[in-house]
Design a protein around this ligand. Structure first.
Ligand code: F6P
Length: 523
């Protein structure tokens, strides 16, 4: 069933056209439209909705069988239809008794991950010359990179005592070159994280790392002390030369963008220790329990999802800004970009028929308060509509004026977007009436961060259910990967194959203006 065919959709369309500028009366609004769970406060009282709209959205959820689909998600039904598999990331943070079918492999792999992290942190893991590991280079991209990098950066504190962790994702050599500069191979461990073990960027960076290592060490057997892999393609990892005992399995039922809870989270266990990693899982678990056991009208992920549907499908909002007011969460927009846009950037229903409404809008963002001096001008006075999530942290144990000003600025920005500013001078007028959500984290602890990421994961799932699309595949990214192969060859001097005129012209221009026709490997 398509969402437009529901009665609720018709009702919501009517409500939106009755009054596109809907704003409910102020009294009791915050109390009615703010909700708490798992260390998070979700404040929807600056959204352009009222209780009648909310009721319509909940009816939409019911007509789209949201509750039934939520049960399917956590019970391991094959909801990823095009790949015929479940999306069981919630099982990674559930107690073993809740996931009997997969408990054994998950337990034993995660145990090995924890043992590895512990032994590196305790300096028990030694490199080939007997020295402890001081630096870890995590090589991965997309879901094998964004999550670990975000959570490590968010959660390492000022008294950090773990190894230095470097992240390499980009195929641009500048990324890995910068990370390897000043590293001592005797004290460096490489993690190659790739679910498929066939992603070009990760393979190339891993090969460069191995070459860098062997050039300095000149002992192939030393690899076993310095390279580990996380992958569902165990064979490819061992062909690369990584010892079987150093390969940690990633299961095909965990999507890359949902994988930070799996061995892919190893950098977090290295950074904050295994107890901290467990707290991170427990926080996500707390959100899972809230999601599974709370009625839809008080269910944070459901409400966040439905608010998005109202904005994107009924108020015509085409982009969504993620605005964390926390330096440590500066990577959250990047992470959520992949989570939301790769999951729900779809234009066919689950059965392959065409979608006739909008699905996920463009997600972007940047940290406050920097953004206020860059792109917020457009948000206040531009012509484009947008929605925004402000993310604040209540307790950072920072009593300095910096923290108070940070919070004051976050609140002032969402207030300005709400109330605007009438002014006789049109240049100074600010329209206001923008649709914003505020999420307040009790603190930036592993548990609350886990809950925040799980909140967004479930939001993505619920929106996918309403749009009746598959949130768990990503076929659209394959075309570019395929097209890059002949272009790479042509850039290296191979005879031209048929290209569109623009690409043909650009290839010729790049060859004419490039360093030489030699490949980089010849240097
Ligand atoms: O190309 C997109 C993608 O497949 C993402 O879905 C994934 O997170 C990323 O590439 C990395 O994939 P892998 O972990 O298999 O290297």
């Amino acid at each position: 069933m398509t969402p437009e065919a529901t009665e609720a959709w018709k009702k919501l369309t009517r409500l939106a056209s009755d009054n596109a500028q809907r704003r409910p009366p102020d009294t009791g609004l915050f109390e009615q439209l703010s909700f708490e769970a798992a260390g998070l406060l979700l404040d929807l009282s600056k959204q352009r909705l009222d209780t009648e709209v909310l009721q319509g959205l909940l009816e939409l959820g019911n007509e789209c069988h949201l509750q039934r689909r939520m049960v399917e998600l956590v019970s391991g039904a094959h909801i990823n239809l095009t790949e015929d598999r479940p999306a069981l990331h919630t099982a990674l943070r559930a107690p073993a008794s809740d996931r009997p079918a997969i408990a054994g492999p998950v337990e034993s792999t995660m145990h090995r991950v924890m043992v590895l992290a512990d032994s590196i942190r305790r300096c028990a893991w030694r490199g080939y010359t007997g020295k402890s590991i001081t630096d870890v280079v995590h090589i991965g991209i997309g879901g094998s990179h964004l999550g670990p990098q975000l959570v490590v950066e968010a959660l390492v504190g000022k008294h950090y005592r773990g190894p230095n962790i470097h992240f390499v994702a980009n195929i641009d050599a500048a990324n890995i070159t910068k990370s390897l500069t000043h590293l001592n191979p005797e004290r460096t461990l490489f993690i190659v994280a790739s679910k498929s073990f066939s992603t070009l960027e990760t393979k190339l960076n891993a090969e460069t790392a191995r070459r860098w290592f062997l050039e300095r060490v000149n002992r192939i057997d030393a690899i076993s002390k310095h390279f580990v892999a996380i992958s569902s393609n165990i064979e490819a990892a061992s062909q690369f030369g990584i010892a079987a005992e150093n390969v940690f399995e990633m299961w095909d039922w965990v999507g890359g963008r949902f994988s930070v809870w799996s061995p892919v989270g190893l950098p977090l266990a290295l950074a904050i220790g295994t107890a901290g990693f467990q707290e991170f899982l427990d926080g996500a678990r707390a959100m899972d329990e809230h999601f599974s056991n709370t009625p839809l009208n008080r269910n944070l992920p459901v409400l966040l999802a439905l608010t998005g549907i109202w904005n994107y499908n009924f108020l015509g909002i085409t982009n969504h800004a993620i605005l964390p007011y926390a330096e440590k969460l500066r990577l959250l927009p990047d992470y959520l970009q992949q989570l939301t846009m790769e999951s729900n950037g779809k234009s066919v229903h689950r059965d392959g028929s065409e979608v006739h409404i909008h699905t996920m809008p463009i997600v972007w963002g940047g940290r406050g308060s920097n953004g206020q001096h860059a792109f917020h001008q457009l948000l206040h006075q531009g012509t484009r509509s947008f929605a925004a999530d402000f993310i604040l942290i209540a307790n950072t144990n920072d009593r300095s004026t910096h923290q108070r000003w940070l919070l004051a600025n976050g609140l002032a920005q969402s207030q300005a977007m709400l109330i605007g500013q009438p002014d006789p001078d049109p240049h100074k007028r600010v329209a206001g009436n923008k649709a914003t959500t505020t999420i307040v984290l009790e603190e930036l602890s592993p548990a609350v961060l886990g809950a925040l990421l799980a909140l967004y994961e479930h939001m993505v799932f619920c929106q996918g259910v309403i749009w009746n699309i598959n949130s768990f595949d990503q076929w659209g990214v394959e075309l570019g990967k395929r097209l890059a192969i002949p272009i790479f060859e042509q850039l290296g001097g191979k005879p031209a194959i048929r290209q569109d005129p623009s690409t043909r012209g650009l290839i010729a221009h790049l060859i004419n203006h490039g360093p030489s026709n030699r490949s980089m490997e010849d240097d």
